[in-house]
Design a protein around this ligand. Structure first.
Ligand code: PEP
Ligand code: MG
Length: 561
């Protein structure tokens, strides 16, 4: 639920979706103005077009080099995002589109703008993750135009005192360059929990809230307290109380970072706490957390930029890196979840009217079984080469027949089969699906999307896709019960597992493992270690009896906090 309200003390409180816990307090700052794109309909003289082309090429290459330089100074996700943006400023399709316009007489700045609009329209049509790249490409456009016009680079100012940054949305290049000692809180009116802003803020440890209504009206310089744990922003708070809240949050973060596993409740009920990764580098980074293993390896993310299918050997090499990083530990590899917000050029086909309900996940294999076979061969080869026994699961399973066919293909290669529960139909018939597979893993991001009929990428619908929705929790409960009856493990690997309080509820519902981004693992493990299994069960029962996500949070908070 987003919006603003007045508290008893006349402080104004804004509400958004919490994405990175922590509390930051300081005056509001805002990103610098983007350059105005000159509306220039003049036609460049034939003889000057060569020079105009050169101005564009030099500007695009300067922006790319500058971003690459910043990528080298940054680490982890921030560095990856900056490198991807540096590459985008040199994208051949985009450059060619602008060059074509300049060759036809368009001035360099207008051509940059028009070429960008061509591409953003295409990204928006595809939707999902591609639509998120619109912010990235528009940011590149603004930087290139600023360079062409010789005006300062747009972006976030460096404040003189610790401040909180409010923006519509931030370009990844801006978020990645933030200094966490000076920007102590971040709030955006757009974006979702899986946006680049959220991912980088998590890595930098900056308290962050997205999808905040009413942010635009707040003037620069207004003192504000940003609580990334609750999703609340208090404007003009009482200074003493604000300083105390910041200190308390810092002490809590210090305490949490001491947690080193293994996952268990205060009374010793063991729960595997695992990491979500997307490649070998992510898996190696996860080794530095207290993760017991990998609960979700999103293999499709390794191939987003590929035109052609990777060979079995190439796949084996990539998967082997992840298996090697967690040698001797549990690793759950997910087969390609291509389609919808993560289209793969070699696996997905042309336009679909409704890609989230279209051919994605295991449905790709219904069209072309060979893609699945070659991937399973790659996983089996990686397992053999590293001497490991990975678990392998399929995304977007809707029927028991799909689960049965997948399990047979996995077993044939000596691997352990499971499926993701992301479609309400699969949750409701979990007991039948469990007749065929050895484990289940609930993807709460998609389960919430399909249960609530609300696009998970939409910031306006963030309250509906909240995994605290009691209807989503009821499906989790049903699935966990089926797992317990069959004596088979049921994990959660969606964002719900990264929320410490909700993680305790999941355990109370009977979930046996929790898999989350590395940065969330200590928060989840530390919280779980302070509560008993009975308290988790009591909290789960209370959440299930509510009729809204807000009521569920409140009921659980009263028991576990
Ligand atoms: C999910 O849907 O919860 C999940 C873990 O899969 P993804 O986020 O990759 O769709
Ligand atoms: Mg999913």
């Amino acid at each position: 639920m987003t919006g603003s309200l007045r508290s008893d003390t006349q402080e104004t409180v804004l509400r958004g979706t919490p994405v990175v816990p922590g509390v930051g307090y300081g005056p509001v700052i805002r990103p610098g103005r983007r350059p105005d794109v000159p509306i220039d309909t003049s036609v460049i003289d034939d003889t000057a077009r060569g020079a105009e082309l050169e101005r564009f090429r030099t500007a695009a290459s300067t922006v790319s080099t500058r971003l690459r330089g910043r990528a080298e100074l940054a680490t982890g996700a921030a560095s990856e995002v900056l490198s991807a943006n540096a590459a985008m400023a040199q994208d051949r399709g985009w450059i060619r589109a602008a060059e074509k316009l300049i060759a036809a007489g368009s001035p360099a700045s207008s051509a940059t703008d028009a070429a960008t609009e061509q591409f953003t329209a295409m990204f928006e049509k595809v939707g999902g993750l591609m639509a998120e790249r619109v912010t990235d490409l528009r940011d590149i456009r603004d930087r290139v135009i600023a360079e062409i016009l010789g005006v300062p680079e747009p972006g976030v100012p460096v404040p003189a005192v610790p401040s909180v940054l409010f923006a519509d949305d931030l370009a990844p290049a801006d978020t990645a360059g933030l200094d966490a000692t000076l920007v102590v809180g971040l709030a955006t009116s757009l974006g979702g929990p899986t946006s680049h802003t959220a991912i980088i803020a998590r890595q930098l440890g900056i308290a962050c809230i997205v999808a905040v209504a009413g942010l635009d009206d707040i003037a620069e310089g207004t003192p504000a307290l940003v609580d990334g744990g609750t999703g609340l922003i208090v404007l003009q708070p009482d200074t003493t109380s604000a300083v105390e809240q910041v200190a308390a949050a810092k002490a809590e973060l210090d305490r949490v970072s001491q947690w080193s596993g293994p996952g268990a409740t205060a009374d010793g009920h063991a729960v595997d706490i695992l990491a979500n990764v997307q490649d070998g580098a992510g898996a190696r980074a996860a080794r530095n957390s207290a993760a017991d293993g990998i609960g979700l390896f999103r293999t499709e993310l390794c191939f987003l930029d590929r035109d052609t299918e990777p060979t079995v050997d190439e796949q084996a090499e990539i998967y082997g890196q992840v298996l090697e990083a967690f040698e001797g530990h549990k690793v759950v590899v997910r087969t390609l979840d291509a389609g919808s917000d993560k289209p793969l050029r070699f696996a997905n086909h042309a336009d679909e009217a409704n890609p989230a309900l279209g051919i994605r996940g295991i449905r790709i294999a219904e069209q072309d079984r060979g893609i699945l076979y070659r991937q399973l061969d790659g996983i089996a080869a990686a397992a053999k080469a590293t001497g490991s026994s990975p678990w392998v699961m399929a995304p977007m399973i809707a029927t028991a027949a799909e689960a049965a066919a997948f399990a047979a293909d996995v077993r044939e290669r000596g691997l352990k089969p499971g499926v993701m529960i992301e479609v309400p139909a699969a949750a409701l018939l979990a007991e039948h699906i469990l007749e065929h597979v050895d484990f289940l893993s609930i993807g709460t991001n998609d389960l919430a999307q399909y249960t609530m009929a609300a696009d998970r990428m939409s910031s306006q619908l963030a309250a509906l896709t909240d995994p605290w929705q009691p209807a989503v929790l009821a499906l989790v409960a049903h699935t966990a019960k089926a797992g317990a009856a069959a004596g088979k493990p049921v994990g959660v690997c969606g964002e719900a597992a990264a929320d410490p309080l909700l993680a305790c509820v999941l355990v109370g519902l009977g979930i046996t493992s929790l898999s989350a981004a590395s940065a969330a693992i200590a928060h989840v493990g530390a919280k779980l270690s302070t509560v008993t299994l009975d308290q988790c069960k009591e909290a789960a029962g209370a959440a299930l009896r509510t009729d809204s996500s807000t009521a569920a949070r409140a009921a659980v908070g009263a028991i576990l906090n």
